[in-house]
Design a protein around this ligand. Structure first.
Ligand code: IPE
Ligand code: IPE
Ligand code: MG
Length: 244
C-alpha cells in the first residue's frame, strides 16, 4: 500500500473529468479516437488503483449531454468503445468486487448498449468494494431538474415550498453516496463543464495539465496527496476546524 493510501485524509469519493484525449492524439498525429482508446487504458489503471487503496467511490465523466454535438464519426466511435468496454471489462470488475453504475440518461443509447448496461449493473450490484460510477450522457443541470421532477412524482400531495436541499439531494443520481471530496480535471482546462454541479458545492478541486491518456497511479497519488494537505472548513474558521 502506498503512503498516500494510509493517510487519514484520503478522499472517500473521487470524481474525475477525464479530459485531453483529443489533444493527446493530435500531438502524436493520430486520429482523435486513438486518444479515446488510450484514455480507456488510463481509466483501467485508475479504477484498479482506487480499488486497491480503498477509495469508496469513483465517478468519472465519460460522455456529457453536450458531447452529442461532436462530429458524428467521433460520437459513433465513442459509442462503440462504450459497448466494447461494457462487454469486455465487466467480468474483471466483478472479480475485483467493483460495483458498476452508469449515471445519466441511458435512454439515448442504442438498445444493445442499454442491454449491456443492465447486464453489467445487475452482475455487479451486490459487490461491496469500489463503487464505480461512469457518467454517460450525464449533465449536472439535467440531474437537478430530474431530481425535482422525481420529488414531485414521489410527493404529489406536497407543495413546492416544501422542496428543500435535502429533498433535491435525495433524488439525484448519486443520492446514496457522499458528495465527491476531490475533483480531478486533467487536460489543463479549469472548468466544471456541467459535471456534478450540485454535489460539488464543497468539493476540493485539482487541475492538472496532464492529458488524460497519460494519467497514471502516480498522478492519482499526487492529487490525493494535494487533497490531504488541504483544510476543509465548510464555512467555519480554521480554529473551529482544529478543535473538532
Ligand atoms: C475527453 O477528451 C473525452 C470526452 C469528452 C469523450 P476530449 O475528447 O475532450 O479531448 P480534448 O479536450 O479534445 O483534448
Ligand atoms: C468534459 O470534457 C466532458 C468529459 C470529459 C466527458 P469536454 O472536453 O467535453 O469539455 P469542454 O467542452 O472542453 O468544456
Ligand atoms: Mg475536451
Amino acid at each position: 500500500m502506498s503512503e498516500v493510501s494510509q493517510s487519514r485524509n484520503q478522499p472517500k469519493h473521487i470524481a474525475i473529468i477525464m479530459d485531453g484525449n483529443g489533444r493527446w492524439a493530435k500531438k502524436r498525429f493520430l486520429p482523435r479516437f486513438a486518444g479515446h482508446q488510450q484514455g480507456f487504458k488510463a481509466l483501467r489503471k485508475v479504477v484498479s488503483h482506487c480499488s486497491q487503496i480503498g477509495v469508496q467511490a469513483l465517478t468519472v465523466f465519460a460522455f456529457s449531454t453536450e458531447n452529442w454535438k461532436r462530429p458524428q464519426d467521433e460520437v459513433n466511435k465513442l459509442m462503440g468503445l462504450f459497448l466494447t468496454a461494457l462487454q469486455k471489462e465487466v467480468k474483471k470488475l466483478d472479480e475485483n468486487n467493483v460495483q458498476l453504475r452508469i449515471v445519466g440518461d441511458c435512454s439515448a443509447f442504442s438498445q444493445q448498449i442499454q442491454e449491456h448496461i443492465k447486464i453489467a449493473e445487475d452482475m455487479t450490484a451486490n459487490n461491496t468494494g469500489l463503487v464505480l460510477n461512469v457518467a454517460a450522457n450525464y449533465g449536472g443541470r439535467a440531474d437537478i431538474v430530474n431530481a425535482v421532477q422525481k420529488w414531485q412524482a414521489d410527493n404529489p400531495e406536497k407543495n413546492i415550498s416544501e422542496l428543500d436541499e435535502e429533498a433535491i439531494s435525495e433524488h439525484l443520481f448519486l443520492a446514496d453516496l457522499p458528495a465527491p471530496d476531490l475533483l480531478i480535471r486533467t487536460g489543463g482546462e479549469q472548468r466544471i463543464s456541467n459535471f456534478l454541479i450540485w454535489q460539488m458545492a464543497y468539493t476540493e478541486l485539482y487541475f492538472t495539465d496532464v492529458l488524460w491518456p497519460q494519467f497514471s497511479e502516480v498522478e492519482l497519488d499526487r492529487a490525493i496527496g494535494s487533497y490531504g494537505m488541504r483544510e476543509r472548513r465548510f464555512g467555519q474558521t480554521s480554529e473551529q476546524v482544529e478543535q473538532c
